[in-house]
Each structure stands twice: as structure tokens, then as C-alpha cells.
Design a protein around this ligand. Structure first.
Ligand SMILES: [Zn+2]
Length: 231
């Protein structure tokens, strides 16, 4: 399978079928002239993700930024590999998921690493997201990080607007699941999802369900998840 072009400079470069078993959907966004911002890292297949990037117009660029949307292993497992490949990479995560991501004692259950039969090699976090929203300016590309607790306490969604005004929302685990061992909070999640609907994004890049194009489809997917959970 080949990486999927979503917009100019934006590709799906990782997933179960694109990079390896267990991976979430990993998105690569070109920033500036020579760099890439990666949304999530997948479980353990950094090399495969880099091979996929090499098949796109983003080839020959370095990954300068890595945004981790929450503390689960299928999103953060390979972060340490990317940090080895790109020693200057800047890695971002929300403060409320920081303990789990950085492997503090008694947080293994929060990462769900055991679901994959693997142990987390904790990545280094260079930038802790604390504000809501938190505005990032990556070489002129503006990204807005919204705190969207629910699936995990420190879940975030990232909004990117391209030059034509198309709003792309990276809402990785909109679908949940919600579990005590994750410190999930369904009421927080409902509020988070209603907030994401109000953004009226034109494209939703989800963590496991794929890419939804068109405002109506984006709204319908999020509303469908609310309904499926009884809201
Ligand atoms: Zn998750």
C-alpha cells in the first residue's frame, strides 16, 4: 500500500496496513521548506513510516516536530525511534498525559502497552502543552491544539488550516474506547466532541477510522460516535 495524499503537503504515512500491525494512523504535514511535523508515531515502525514518506513529495525532508495526541502505545511507541533518527526533533504532549508518556512509576496501564505485548521506551518530551487552546507556529505553519479530555485525560486534537482555508482536524481517538484503566471520562468526552463539532472542520483525520472529507461527513462521524455511546 502507498501513502495517501490528503492535501498538498499532507499525507497518511502510517497505519496497520501502511507501516505495521497495531499502528494508529500517522500523518505527515510538510512545514517550511525542509521539514515535517508528524502527528503521532505508531507502535514501533519508524523506519517503515520513513520509507513511506520517501514515496511522497515530502521526501528528503527531516522530521522536526512530533505531536503526540495522547499517551497510548499505538500513538507513542515509536516516538523514541524518531528521536534517534532525528536528534533535533521537538516532541509535544499534553501535561495531563505526561507521566504515562515519560514512563513514571505505576503508569504502564495508562499506556496500554500490554495490549501490544511490548514495553514502552519512554520518549523525551520537549514541549509540554498546558494552554487550551495552545497555538503553535511551526516555521510559519500555525497549528491549534485543543485539549479534548475523555479517552484519556491529556488527549488533544490538532487543527491545521491550509492556504485555501481548508480546516483539517487531527482527532486521533475520537471513537474511544473509554476505560477505567485509561482514566477515561465519558462526560468530559461528550463536551470535547461537541467542541470539535463546532470547529466545522472540512477534513477529519482520525486515528483508526481513517479520513473523512467534507464538513457534513466530519460532523456525522463525530455525532455517530456520540450516539453510539448513548449521547
Ligand atoms: Zn488511544
Amino acid at each position: 500500500m502507498n501513502p495517501k495524499k490528503i492535501l498538498k503537503g499532507l499525507y497518511l504515512v502510517g497505519s496497520e496496513s501502511l507501516s505495521g500491525s497495531g499502528d494508529c494512523m500517522v500523518y505527515a504535514l510538510g512545514i517550511g521548506k525542509n521539514h515535517i511535523c508528524l502527528i503521532d508515531a505508531g507502535t514501533q515502525y519508524a523506519q517503515e513510516i520513513l520509507d513511506n514518506i520517501a514515496k511522497t513529495e515530502l521526501k528528503n525532508r527531516d522530521i522536526s516536530d512530533l505531536i503526540l495526541t495522547h499517551c497510548h502505545f499505538d500513538h507513542i511507541g515509536a516516538a523514541h525511534q524518531f528521536q534517534k533518527f532525528f536528534p533535533n526533533i521537538k516532541t509535544y504532549a499534553h501535561s495531563w498525559d505526561l507521566a504515562a508518556i515519560t514512563g513514571q512509576p505505576n503508569t504502564q496501564g495508562l499506556t496500554a502497552a500490554n495490549w501490544y505485548g511490548l514495553e514502552l521506551v519512554p520518549p523525551k518530551i520537549d514541549y509540554v502543552i498546558k494552554k487550551d487552546p495552545e497555538n503553535l507556529n511551526l516555521e510559519g505553519t500555525k497549528l491549534i491544539c485543543y485539549h479534548t479530555p475523555g479517552h484519556t485525560p491529556g488527549s488533544i486534537a490538532v487543527l491545521y488550516e491550509n492556504e485555501e482555508g481548508i480546516k483539517v482536524l487531527f482527532g486521533q481517538d475520537i471513537h474511544g474506547p473509554f476505560m477505567e484503566e485509561f482514566n477515561s471520562n465519558i462526560n468530559d468526552w461528550v463536551k470535547s466532541m461537541k467542541r470539535l463539532i463546532r470547529i466545522e472542520a472540512g477534513i477529519l483525520c482520525e486515528g483508526h477510522y481513517g479520513i473523512f472529507e467534507g464538513k457534513e461527513k466530519v460532523k456525522r462521524f463525530i455525532e455517530g460516535q456520540l450516539k453510539a455511546n448513548g449521547f
